[in-house]
Design a protein around this ligand. Structure first.
Ligand code: NAD
Length: 307
């Protein structure tokens, strides 16, 4: 049984913990700086286990030494967006939080894989890589699985099909510059461009980009967590079960897609070592250009926090 730590017992972290337990992926160590919060949620989940029937365990703590046996540490600590905010508006506050969390990870779980969820995602993942000094395959971020799920949902609505029939990728940074890869999007094997009008596809792209903001504005306080936690457990499952699944993730690029020394969303194979490889799928010139533009935005943000 793997030991998976989650730092941040808020909406995303706690939902993710229950998904890990319910899917029997490992024992969970839930850490939060607010005394009692992680402990209380862990106790609640263990009681749910009496009904759900999982045998794996969860402990809640504010003591980082508890993460010491962890193979994977997920970072969900940080502040979420408020209505009207972009993910980049979280940069300063969450940089401080992620920096302090990563220092604890390097002290207590130096052999772990770090999976970042905190926004702005691609910048926080780069920061985790820089501070941890871990090999790049052991530091990655979750965003593309979520963005692709949002896009699948929207295409399913437009085409009146099951979302399971849709294959797609959303690459680039997790923000307004994200790049839905329409050229590779299929519905039951048929190219999307043969099924929907240009206008309908534009509508899907726009709504995919604003999917998170729509939820933020509806909730009034906090941001989305059910789909983000489900996207994260999808990546964890591939890592824990060593499946080599091809999924989009914020990964370190060393020349792939013509980009160097940056974290941005690209297709990767996930295995028990983390990122097995960055897979270069064929993109149209327009998609390539959009990916480079997106990377340039995140490079600028990385520079702005001095890493
Ligand atoms: P939340 O406010 O519900 O939870 C955050 C938790 O982090 C809180 O419980 C807080 O006490 C804790 N925390 C803060 N600083 C900490 C520290 N130094 N050590 C330990 N714990 C600390 O927020 P949420 O809705 O769970 O969102 C968490 C983060 O995930 C936000 O930055 C949000 O923008 C991001 N997010 C990312 C995605 C994605 O797809 N990558 C999706 C949704 C949310």
């Amino acid at each position: 049984m793997s030991n998976i730590s989650i730092v941040g017992a808020g909406q995303v972290g706690a939902t993710l913990a229950l998904l890990i337990l319910d899917r029997k992926l490992g024992n969970v160590i839930l850490v939060d700086c607010v005394e009692g919060l992680a402990k209380g949620k862990a106790l609640d989940m263990m009681q749910a286990g009496a009904l759900l029937g999982f045998q794996n365990s969860i402990i809640g703590t504010d003591d980082y030494s508890e993460i010491k046996e962890s193979e994977i540490v997920v970072i969900t600590a940080g502040v979420p967006r408020k209505p009207g905010m972009s993910r980049l508006d979280l940069l300063k506050k969450n940089s401080e939080i992620v920096s302090s969390v990563v220092k604890e990870i390097t002290a207590f779980a130096p052999e772990s894989i770090i999976l970042v969820v905190t926004n702005p995602l691609d910048v926080m993942t780069y920061l985790a890589y820089e501070i941890s000094n871990f090999k790049p395959n052991r530091v990655l971020g979750q965003a593309g699985v979520l963005d692709a799920a949002r896009m699948k949902y929207l295409i399913a609505q437009e085409c009146k099909v099951s979302a399971q029939e849709i294959s797609t990728m959303v690459l680039g940074g997790h923000g307004d510059s994200m790049v839905p890869i329409i050229s590779q999007t299929t519905v039951s094997g048929k190219p999307l461009v043969e099924l929907l009008s240009k206008e309908a596809i534009e509508r899907v792209i726009e709504k995919t980009r604003s999917g998170g903001a729509e939820i933020v504005s509806l909730l009034g306080t906090g941001s989305a967590y059910y789909a983000p936690a489900t996207a994260t457990v999808t990546m964890l499952e591939a890592i824990v079960k060593d499946t080599n699944a091809l999924l989009p993730a914020s990964a370190y690029l060393d020349g792939e897609y013509g980009l160097k020394d940056i974290y941005v969303g690209v297709p990767v194979r996930l295995c028990k070592e983390g990122v097995k490889e960055v897979v270069e799928i064929s993109l149209t010139d327009k998609e390539k250009e959009a990916l480079h533009k997106s990377a340039a935005i995140y490079r600028e943000s990385i520079r702005s926090i001095g890493v």
